[in-house]
Design a protein around this ligand. Structure first.
Ligand code: THU
Length: 160
């Protein structure tokens, strides 16, 4: 058997205040939208802010439902909205923040597998990496240069 290794890399910022000013502003928008999340069941609010190359910021928060699986994560609400409203505009960055109601989330909450797959589709579509920044309610921020770093061996349209 031949073994192959896939390596990936992440950057860490100490806090939102250590981010470059433009990214900090994007994360602040993610925080604002996080607070508008509809998360009465999990009480875990997530906000995502997507920066487009035309300067628009498209935001999304998690939207839950009494029929639990019907709800949608913040990342997909945001990226689908960007895809629907700005289909031909490049996506540059996405900032994501999560907060729990009953404890202080002090480390970054990273996207679920389904959201990684959804985000990957848009990176493949534009054939250009999308930078991602993850934060909890406070604390360190993780940066990665490409969605592909989050989803090695992903499924894509080449299989179809
Ligand atoms: N959630 C997100 O919005 N993004 C993720 O990547 C993981 C989870 C939401 C879904 C649900 O409303 C709540 O967080 C708890 O799972």
């Amino acid at each position: 058997m031949e073994e192959k290794k896939i390596t990936t890399s992440f950057g860490y910022f100490d806090s939102i205040d250590s981010l470059p000013t433009d990214v900090k502003q994007l994360m602040q928008q993610a925080i604002e939208t996080r607070e508008q999340a509809y998360a009465p069941y999990s009480k875990f609010k997530v906000g995502a802010a997507v920066l487009l190359s035309n300067g628009e910021v498209v935001k999304g928060s998690n939207q839950e439902n009494a029929a639990y699986p019907t709800g949608l994560c913040a990342e997909r609400v945001a990226i689908f909205s960007a895809g629907a409203n700005f289909p031909n505009i490049e996506i540059l960055q996405i900032a994501i923040t999560a907060a729990a109601s009953d404890y202080e989330l002090t480390h970054p909450a990273t996207s679920c597998g389904a959201c990684r797959q959804a985000l990957m589709e848009y990176e493949n579509k534009q054939d250009k990496p999308i930078e991602v920044f993850f934060m909890g309610a406070s604390g360190k921020v993780i940066k990665t240069d490409s969605i592909a770093n989050l989803l090695p061996l992903h499924f894509d349209s080449t299989y179809l």
